[in-house]
Design a protein around this ligand. Sequence first.
Ligand code: NAP
Length: 311
Amino acid sequence: MSNRVFDTIIIGAGPAGLTAALYAARARLSTLVIEKMGSGGQAATTDWLENYPGFPEGINGFELTTKMDEQARQAGASFVSESVTGLIVPEAGGSLFTVKCTENEYLGTTIIIATGADHKLLGVTGEAELRGRGVSYCATCDGPFFKDKHVIVAGGGDSAVQEAIYLTRFASRVTLVHRRDKLRATAVLQQRASSNPKISFQWNSVITAITGTDSVKSVMIKNVSDSAASEIPADGVFVFVGLVPNTKVFDGLIELDDKGYIVTDEYMATSRPGVFACGDVRKKLLRQIVTAAGDGAAAAFSAQEYAENHK
Ligand code: NAP
């Protein structure tokens, strides 16, 4: 695989990368997808998606992304499982990008970056120490461990509220700790959380530490209005305080915004000709699976045009 030159190399296999792979392969571009942890991205860890069109009853995130993966492979895209460590741009007069991975290097005429974003950390004492021992970033993965327990959810966006609701299937009580007195999450989720008797809200509050030795015992809270400190006993802490784009290896090669997201135009073109970006990794208004898929289709279309002109 590493000796071949691909028309396009897609880095990342979440909904954006998988859709780009489907469109690129159907356009008869030789297409390689490089993914480090299996297809699906963050969407695969979402239990129930209610806003992806075509599924009025909703659909499980893993099921949806598994089908996207299947469809891209059926169309002819090749996949390798590797971690990307660098991107080397073509030398003057050359036209091939080199994608450096932990094991191999791959050559491509165009690159589509679809590396998504990772969960932002709270950055408080106890978070790293108790990760996997009560501190989690994935409710679908770890929720069942908290049957009849009290869990804390940090954050006020769609992820925090959606996952807090999901966690009530297992936990006896969910306390959502949010730094303001108003949620950022979409109205339908806010209403659902507010009417769920298992969910209570700790407004204007931030977590300052997570305590426990072998497992989570409590969270220390500070009220941001009057700085009053308090302790809430809890068995688990789920952190959903936003995202950090996976762009470290591209820093210095393409334009990023002040938060590290890739700047693109509507063609998904980055500041470097031949390099496109799609999905959560790029600077954009709305980060949803449906917009990631739309970005992926546009990126593949643009990559096709570029590859045809640079062969
Ligand atoms: P988000 O929308 O950026 O929300 C992050 C939340 O965490 C905000 O409420 C923010 O508070 C809070 N926060 C940020 N830093 C914090 C810190 N250091 N300490 C305490 N709280 C902090 O992130 P997200 O919820 O992960 O969602 C990411 C993207 O995916 C969004 O575009 C979202 O719409 C999308 N998404 C959609 C769905 C859906 O459609 N069902 C589900 C999940 C995610 P402030 O509000 O005060 O800023």
